[in-house]
Design a protein around this ligand. Structure first.
Ligand code: APR
Ligand code: ZN
Ligand code: ZN
Length: 361
């Protein structure tokens, strides 16, 4: 049996996306069918549409989602019908080298649904990040469903499934920000602002937001930045040093993914500090740094994959903090839109007018 739903499909490289009929199979062993309630529009969806991630068109886009489990396949024990879940793209396997070393947040063998969703004519769809949630219902591996407190608004919850988790995790998991630390965040889109929020949650004393857009800097203040630097007018390395006693920040988070801003992060860090790269570079980018500086400055240069999150640990915890009024995640939702509005939302995202547009069903 299959269920027919509407979904947002990218049919070919750089073609506008369209709302199309999608056939979703009943869940097989280890799978879950989820009724999607909300799904955020992320840069990764745009990368898929542009062919920047692969050539496996057609893609069913959408991956920052929350919804309710409708049915589950044989052997599923993690979730049950009726559970409110956030979808994750790190369904931990428990058996790979990372899992066996007790580091499941790096799991090297995460899994997705085995069965494919298809177009009405049977053409198999590639689901974005193994999720494909710009659709009324989607089929995922049960391990991709993380049960959380259903009192949170679905549009807010879904964002924890990707960009917001990446930013918060870059600060609290990868960067290990602690009480009293100084933190700088370079690039204050949704991911950077989430890093600002994560740094505040972790008790950072000084949080310096760096961007080239004054609107973004105002938003960053609202998330907890104590200082802002517009790097069009002020050299960010000098600016960050000036705000940290001349030394640089304990943790510098790069949330853009470019060599120039990574270099700024490298030099804006105090001795023995940490640089976290959470922005995603493109294949042609190269970095050149004096090796003596890499050695002489000590500390750590780290990448943050999906905020080094463990969904089963981090999603429920962050939802609970939000419900206690300690984590204003709702501020990431700039607007809610319909399933037919994704193409226009890409344009607004590119212009920098929104942190996140969220499709609600
Ligand atoms: N210096 C400072 N800020 C910059 C610069 C620069 N040279 N170039 C761009 N920015 C700012 C933009 O003004 C914007 O506010 O960086 C921010 C980037 O934010 P978004 O484009 O909204 O992207 P976001 O969703 O936050 O993702 C950031 O993380 O997960 C990755 O793929 C994602 O690489 C992307 C990054
Ligand atoms: Zn694993
Ligand atoms: Zn995303």
């Amino acid at each position: 049996m299959t269920t027919s739903v509407r979904g947002v499909v990218a049919g070919g490289k750089d073609e506008p996306v369209s709302v199309t009929e999608v056939l979703v199979p009943d869940p097989g062993p280890g799978e879950a069918l989820v009724r999607v309630q909300a799904c955020g529009v992320c840069h990764t969806d745009l990368h898929y549409k542009r062919g920047g991630i692969g050539d496996d068109f057609p893609y069913l886009l959408g991956h920052e989602a929350a919804g309710v489990v409708e049915t589950v396949g044989d052997g599923v024990t993690e979730v049950a019908p009726g559970d409110f879940v956030i979808l994750n793209w790190r369904a931990v396997c428990g058996q790979c080298r990372a899992c066996l070393r007790g580091r499941p947040w790096y799991c090297f063998n995460t899994h997705n649904a085995r069965q494919k969703m298809t177009l009405a004519d049977g053409t198999p769809l590639s689901a974005a990040l193994g999720i494909g949630a710009f659709a009324e219902k989607t089929l995922v591996a049960a391990g991709q469903c993380t049960k959380v407190n259903p009192s949170i608004a679905p549009a807010t919850a879904g964002l924890l499934g990707c960009g917001v988790m990446a930013g918060i995790g870059a600060a609290i998991n990868t960067g290990g920000v602690g009480r009293g630390d100084s933190v700088a965040v370079i690039g204050c889109g949704g991911v950077g602002d989430a890093a600002v929020l994560g740094a505040r949650l972790a008790g950072a004393k000084t949080i310096i937001a760096v961007d080239v857009d004054d609107r973004k800097l105002e938003w960053a203040k609202d998330f907890g930045a104590t200082h802002t630097i517009n790097s069009r007018n002020t050299d960010p390395v000098e600016g960050i040093r000036a705000l940290t006693g001349g030394f640089g920040a304990d943790v510098v988070i790069e949330a853009i993914g470019r060599p120039q801003t990574y270099e700024q992060a490298f030099y804006a860090r105090d001795l023995a500090g940490v640089v976290v790269l959470v922005g995603v570079p493109t294949p042609e980018m190269k970095l050149e740094l004096p090796l003596l500086e890499v050695f002489g400055r000590g500390g750590a240069l780290k990448s943050s994959w999906y905020g080094d999150c463990l969904p089963s640990r981090d999603f429920p915890m962050l939802v609970d903090l939000h419900l206690q009024g300690r984590l204003p995640l709702e501020k990431f939702v700039s607007e809610t839109i319909g399933i037919g509005d994704v193409e226009e939302a890409f344009t607004r995202m590119e212009r920098g007018d929104v942190l996140r547009s969220v499709v609600v069903f």
